[in-house]
Design a protein around this ligand. Structure first.
Ligand SMILES: Nc1ncnc2c1ncn2[C@@H]1O[C@H](COP(=O)(O)OP(=O)(O)OP(=O)(O)O)[C@@H](O)[C@H]1O
Ligand SMILES: C[C@@](O)(CCO)CC(=O)[O-]
Ligand SMILES: [Mg+2]
Length: 382
């Protein structure tokens, strides 16, 4: 039996990091996906196949464990564990899982995959138990770049795992969404996976990947946004690697050192996100150009506040300076510290201006692309 799932990456238009501390943020899905194929052995073959295999196609890497080895190492309490009750991976269990990951001898230059593989083992065994299977993963998203690769990985995986338990596997035509009950369940499990990768995630990344489109998010409360204006963003990948968990932790430590100052910063970001959401949804007679001018100013203020949180980077500053020369406004997206930067492309901007900005950005070794904003969330295919 085989189930496929896919989940989109995301951009954060306003509120990253502050959203971890209770501020409002605005995020949108983009049309770059992570795909999961979940394949269970046929009954006959099952007797001779007791292995759980994870294939990361884009990286040409494969990891495999015997089911008996998984049972030996990962504690399982049938009284408390249930696929319908999302649970956090405890520190003790994460240490046990780390042993299983270390046994796989991940190549040194790919050691950053460790948290993803640990997350895979936690989510798979929690939702599907100790059963043999082959899980094949491909992605269109750059890893560790601020476009939600970890969230898309978690959401696509939990979507496939939960879909494999759905009794009605009527083969529809292509990709289809899951019902609200299963969507809420998979999103909660994906959040548990993000906790392993992000440390202290807000939940916005997995939520916008699961539900798609554009959302306003604050302390777990989701508001689906209906945009009433065109929003085009150039995405520039600085290709500077960084780790969201470390960046999130750095902001928390700065907050412990300067609680009052950082509270003011987070309050300012909360106001920016709420104003941005109102502008995007506004049906007022205000012209698109005026709305875009307001959004540019909000992006500029938000970038300044992200700088004050300590999560910008010289490569991000280079993108901001370069696009400003062409009268374009940019802000980092995601955890920062490198990774990706958004540049608003106003409806009136000429293609020539954009081409010149892209040419200059690429001369620094950055990668530029445009992605459509507000696509579908998690989808499955039997
Ligand atoms: N397709 C994948 N397969 C396995 N692991 C993945 C995959 N995508 C992401 N990961 C895991 O997630 C980690 C990257 O997550 P991280 O949160 O640091 O970056 P991001 O999600 O791309 O950026 P941001 O959280 O700022 O949006 C990788 O180091 C890896 O462990
Ligand atoms: C930096 C952060 O706010 C967004 C990362 O895309 C972390 C989170 O909310 O989980
Ligand atoms: Mg992430």
């Amino acid at each position: 039996m085989e189930v496929k799932a896919r989940a989109p990456g995301k951009i954060i238009l306003a509120g990253e990091h502050a959203v971890v501390h209770g501020s409002t943020a605005v995020a949108a899905a983009i049309d770059l996906y992570t795909y999961v194929t979940l394949r269970f052995p046929l009954q006959a073959a099952a007797e001779n196949n007791d292995r759980l295999t994870l294939q990361l196609k884009d990286l040409s890497l494969e990891f495999s464990w015997s089911v008996s080895r998984l049972k030996e190492v990962i504690p399982f309490d049938s009284n408390t564990s249930s696929p319908s009750t999302p649970a956090s991976c405890s520190g003790e269990t994460l240490k046990s899982i780390a042993v299983l990951v270390e046994e796989q001898n991940i190549p040194e230059e790919k050691i950053w995959l460790s948290s993803g593989i640990s997350t895979f083992l936690w989510l798979y065994t929690s939702i599907r138990g100790f059963n043999p299977a082959t899980v094949i993963i491909t992605t269109e998203l750059p890893y560790g770049s601020g476009l939600g690769s970890s969230a898309a990985f978690c959401v696509a995986l939990t979507s496939a795992l939960i879909a494999s338990s759905i009794s009605d596997k009527t083969r529809g035509e292509g990709w289809c969404s899951l019902d609200e009950t299963n969507l809420e369940l998979l999103n909660k499990w994906a959040f548990e996976g993000e906790k392993i990768i992000h440390g202290k995630p807000s939940g916005i990344d997995n939520t916008v990947s699961a539900y798609g489109n554009m959302i306003k998010f604050c302390s777990g409360e989701i508001t689906r946004l209906q945009s009433n204006m065109p929003l085009r963003m150039l995405i520039t990948n600085t290709k500077v690697g960084r780790n969201t968990k470390a960046l999130v932790s750095g902001v928390s430590e700065r907050t412990l050192r300067h609680p009052d100052a950082m509270k003011s910063v987070f309050n300012a970001v909360d106001s920016i996100s709420k104003e941005l959401a109102a502008i995007i949804q506004s049906k007022d007679e205000v012209s698109v150009t005026e709305k875009e001018e307001s959004i540019k100013e909000l992006m500029e203020i938000n970038q300044g506040l992200l700088q004050s949180m300590g999560v910008s980077h010289s490569s991000i500053d280079t993108v901001i300076r370069t696009t400003l020369k062409h009268k374009l406004t940019s802000k980092l997206t995601g955890a920062g510290g490198g990774g990706c930067v958004l540049t608003l492309l106003p409806t009136v901007v000429s293609g020539t201006v954009v081409d010149k900005a892209v040419e200059e950005l690429e001369s620094y070794g950055f990668q530029c692309f445009t992605a459509s904003i507000g696509g579908n969330g998690a989808e499955i295919c039997f």
